[in-house]
Ligand binder design. Structure first.
Ligand code: BTN
Length: 262
């Protein structure tokens, strides 16, 4: 298990990690983050960490398998200076933070599959769930939940996702220090947030483009209602994916799952 001591001392930025709260187990760190934030006067920078989750959630209503003792599950709470429509920039920023930290602290060639799947050698090793709650006391808060498969073996996940899943340990052949990666993501997140506060979205989009493994590829995107096939052409300032169809028409996709086609 993680030690509370190590977790709370992993990183302390001027904003991110001003308060870090550790749980051996929680249902979902995103839910716990909103609950705790509600009771704080200024929750911006609050980080909730758990060694395991009993109801870890993924994007598009999926479950996030969260066994104890091996991976990282944590949520960073930030004040959003943006409208809810513009908040997708946090999706871009958090993917950059995770990929950069994995490169620096695990020495692995992490890339980003749109919008914010963290990939190594074509398999998913991390996911990020960005949530906002409108019409509540936590209205201008964004919860950014990171799930990173660090030292998990492939048997930890269900058979159906094994061909598409990996962990840092599987890729590097040796266990990776979870605390180094955790501290690294927080440090990168603090940098990214400061860029956003200065209005410098472009720098983050450029970082995302440098780290991404989607643009230029033939892809299929599964949205809630339909599948689109085409060439991933670009991302716009809202973090939406522009897909060029075979007909030449350009489609804009704001949420979905990308498969890279050969
Ligand atoms: C995805 O579907 O790719 C996003 C997965 C996000 C999982 C993390 S684990 C920490 C936080 N708490 C949750 O319940 N989900 C996110």
């Amino acid at each position: 298990m993680l030690s509370k001591e190590k977790v709370v001392n992993a990183f302390r930025g001027t904003i991110v990690g001003r308060e870090i709260i550790y749980f051996d187990s929680t249902a979902s760190t995103n839910d716990t983050a909103f609950e705790i934030a509600r009771g704080r006067e200024n929750p911006g920078g609050l980080v909730i960490v758990a060694d395991s989750q009993t109801r870890g959630r993924g994007r598009m209503g999926r479950r996030w398998i969260s066994p104890p003792g091996v991976n990282l599950y944590f949520t960073v709470v930030l004040n959003s200076p943006f409208s809810p429509e513009e908040s997708s920039i946090f999706v871009i920023a958090s993917a950059v933070a995770a990929a950069e930290a994995i490169r620096k602290y695990a020495g692995l060639n992490a890339t980003i599959k749109w919008p914010n799947d963290i990939m190594i050698n074509g398999r998913k090793t991390g996911g990020i769930l960005v949530e906002m709650k409108s019409g509540t006391t936590t209205e201008n808060l964004v919860a950014i939940g990171f799930g990173l498969n660090v030292n998990m073996t492939i048997n930890a996940v269900t058979q159906d996702i094994r061909p598409f899943t990996t962990s840092f340990m599987i890729e590097s052949g040796c266990p990776i220090d979870r605390m180094n990666v955790f501290g690294g993501v927080l440090a990168e997140m603090e940098n990214a947030y400061k860029f956003l506060l200065k209005g410098n979205k472009r720098a983050l989009i450029n970082d995302w483009l440098r780290l991404n493994s989607t643009i230029g590829n033939k892809i299929a995107v599964q949205t809630h209602d339909y599948v689109i096939r085409g060439i991933a052409h670009a991302v716009n300032e809202k973090g939406e994916l522009l897909v060029r169809l075979a007909s030449g028409e350009m489609k804009t996709v704001s949420a979905g799952d990308v498969t890279i086609l050969k």
